[in-house]
Design a protein around this ligand. Sequence first.
Ligand SMILES: [Zn+2]
Length: 397
Amino acid sequence: MAKTPDGGRLSRRAVLGSLSVAGLAPVLTGAAQLPSESGNPRTGPRRKPLTSDAMNRLVLLGTSGGPPWWQDTDRAGVASAVVVGDRYYLVDAGHGVGRQIKDARLGTWDKDMQGPLDGLQSVFLTHLHSDHIADLYGILGTGLQNGLSRRDRLVEIWGPGNRGALPVSYKGEKMTEVVAPENPTPGTRETIDMMVRTFATDFNDRVIDSGYPTPDKIFAGRDIPLPARYAKDPNGNPHPRMSPFSFYEDDRVKVSATLVQHAPVFPAYAFKFETDTGTVVFSGDTGPSENLVELAAGADILVHEVIAEQWIAQRHPEPRDAAAEAEYQHLKGAHTTIEEVGAIAEQAGVRTLVLNHMVPGNWPVKEFERAGDNFSGKLIVGEDLDAIAIGAAVRGR
Ligand SMILES: [Zn+2]
């Protein structure tokens, strides 16, 4: 078993810091919480991003999970790029994604107004939780001046369709006070359409003042066509067992999806990208899922979410009231623990397991490395801007 390189042992401060979690009294105070040369006080030592000049490569743009802006870490929100030659495909768009695309030097990154979004081919959203779409508008709205309008093809934004029904509350009740009761669960196509309307003032100013095209000439939301028989019960838990289905193909990639276990969210997807050098699979947010294992079977790279069970237990100590119990069960059932994720990769027979969507985002790296205990392949505890060759490394630059 090979593990990701690491800068050294945890400092005493790192160990102390690891005991401090959101919702509990901090162990460290004042200047002691600031990063130091011996490593970040909570995460421990962090390595530099992995580099690759492969033509086809995975780039981790952001590796933290969840809406919180985790203390003592610079991990950006969850987002990844599948780079195929001179184009790239974005998977999720968490906080900071635009800045990360630039820092990863994707597209044309060294000329004002020309890139880096000139290389963006398509966007794929695993689900519509805020931490996966937080900066989607950031790249679509300001994208006009960063390469998005310098193209001759639409950027398609693929994601879940309209769920059609709200889930019941953790008490089993139908909620009466909800947002937009006339359409409370818009899918990706509607979300993009409404986003353009929300920001119409700016889009229209750009059209009139600067001659930019209207957004419908530049990008469009698309609902992933989930076969109807799996969409019958949007509040079903667990998610229905299904085999992957293909929904996107161009001259560089074929993309397949399957439902994963992220109740009460539905649909929530995992994706498989097949390129001419190899295959990379993204779990999205999910508890252990047979659908995911089938999708990932034999993949070169599995990018999988992970959560620290110890953190869940610390955050929701016993005894738990109904609300705390509901969130405790959600976090455990809708995510995959450090102890579980290696076995899933082993079962799927993937070559490389890459951890992303780490919750909490400031948990010690050493703790995440325990995922390798149940996995005989190569484990990479992801860092922002890691670049990893997909399959056979054909040099691109
Ligand atoms: Zn989620």
